[in-house]
Design a protein around this ligand. Structure first.
Ligand code: HEC
Ligand code: HEC
Length: 357
């Protein structure tokens, strides 16, 4: 709590609005290829070319984080080929997050998020999401990755991405950012800083939902139960098997496969994003992950399993097959070049305890 309140007292007001330059991405991948930057609407926004210009650090040499920038972690992470990741948020002073849709928060203009990727103790890239406009669209969110130099003195913007022939260190271009952080996938644009991902007791007094509520940061405040949980799921006896699996799918798949996504609405039926409303939480069967996936037949010809999930049968469960591969039909389709062995095991465990009807 203390660190979070200090954030509000010290946060510097940020003034940055408009669009980010209007360039198209030459390497646009097939999905969402049509999404390009809108024309510049405000020449006042100058896209930063160095990470040191973005306000993350007060001293990039010593890696001292600037006042008003707060570190956080989602309770379920996106798998990024075993990279170690750190994340930070900065809200403009005195602003609130619009939580009138509790599942898809809308952030005030000026909000910045950073995510840093390291391997073997070395910083590879740091990604920036900065809200420069007022609506939650691609023209309002500046998205870019910065590649660190070898001595880690600074990182340089790489809007066209970086392809690393050695494998896992690819840096996505801006079109790939939007395949996941795009309004046709997720109206919030921001994917990890959300109610269900922060509804945990963050270690070391870290930023969590209880702190956001206590600091009056949310326009609509959820209420915690007697255990301090805001959006409880069914309690499992013994070692939890269901929540780790559906939580992983929420974080790694729900950004695209959700009830507000064009993917879910128009192409494939599956919804892997959990929902805050109690009707979708009181039983496991009521969660979208069960109601749209378990015993539901696949729809695509590229799917080789018979069902999205077939209880006790991973060989016929398409979500399992697409997690357990690096071939063309892998899921997620971008951002992953290696299988996540722990997640494959967790999802297998879950499928193998599902009752066969
Ligand atoms: C494979 C889909 C995917 C791609 C591609 C992707 N991201 Fe993300 N990103 C996510 C998910 C999911 C999260 C939340 C989970 C986490 O942080 O582990 C996230 C989190 C973030 C965050 C922290 C704020 C938030 O949304 O929770 C930033 C900043 C970010 N991404 C920037 C970028 C930028 C910039 C690019 C392109 C250079 C990019 N991302 C590409 C899926 C993706
Ligand atoms: C970046 C957005 C994105 C993410 C993240 C994503 N998917 Fe998909 N998924 C798609 C799209 C688009 C399709 C349909 C076209 C295709 O197959 O490429 C699809 C199709 C599927 C299908 C085929 C459904 C059918 O009816 O045949 C399955 C199963 C699936 N995804 C599972 C997953 C799982 C499991 C995850 C997480 C581990 C995931 N997806 C993450 C975009 C995504």
């Amino acid at each position: 709590m203390r660190s979070f309140l200090a954030w509000f007292l010290t946060a510097a007001a940020l003034v940055a609005c408009g669009d980010d330059g209007g360039s198209t991405d030459p390497d646009a991948a097939p999905i969402d290829a049509a999404i390009v930057d809108a024309d510049p609407t405000d020449a006042g926004f100058v896209a930063p070319t160095l990470l040191s210009e973005t306000g993350l650090y007060s001293d990039i040499g010593t890696k001292a984080i600037a006042a008003g920038v707060i570190e956080y972690a989602p309770r379920w992470e996106l798998w990024s080929d075993a990279a170690v990741k750190r994340r930070w948020i900065q809200l403009p002073a005195g602003t609130q997050i619009d939580t009138s849709d509790m599942d898809f928060w809308s952030f005030p203009t000026g909000t910045k998020f950073w995510k840093e990727f390291s391997r073997g103790g070395a910083r590879i890239e740091t990604r920036l999401l900065q809200k420069i406009g007022t609506i939650d669209d691609v023209s309002s969110w500046h998205m870019v990755a910065f590649q660190w130099d070898l001595a880690e003195t600074d990182a340089t913007a790489v809007p066209g991405g970086v392809v690393d022939d050695t494998g896992v260190n690819d840096i996505p271009d801006r079109a790939k950012c939007r395949q996941c952080h795009g309004p046709t996938r997720n109206p919030a644009i921001v994917l990890g800083f959300q109610a269900l991902q922060l509804d945990h007791d963050a270690p070391a007094n870290g930023l969590d939902l209880a702190q956001l509520v206590a600091a009056d940061t949310l326009t609509v405040e959820p209420t915690a139960d007697g255990n301090g949980v805001f959006f409880p799921f069914p309690v499992e006896t013994g070692t939890p098997v269901v929540l780790p699996a559906v939580g992983y799918l929420h974080a790694n798949c729900g950004g695209c496969h959700n009830h507000r996504s064009e993917v879910a609405m128009n192409t494939v039926p599956l919804q892997l994003r959990l929902r805050t409303e109690s009707t979708y939480r009181t039983t496991w069967a009521a969660t979208p992950t069960y109601s749209t996936v378990v015993n539901v037949p696949v729809t695509l010809v590229s799917s080789t399993g018979s069902h999205l999930v077939k209880p006790m049968d991973t060989a016929e469960s398409e979500i399992f097959l697409r997690m357990d591969t690096v071939l063309g039909f892998k899921m997620p389709p971008v951002g992953r070049e290696q299988i996540d062995p722990a997640a494959v095991a967790a999802v297998q465990l879950w499928i193998n305890v599902l009752p066969v009807n």
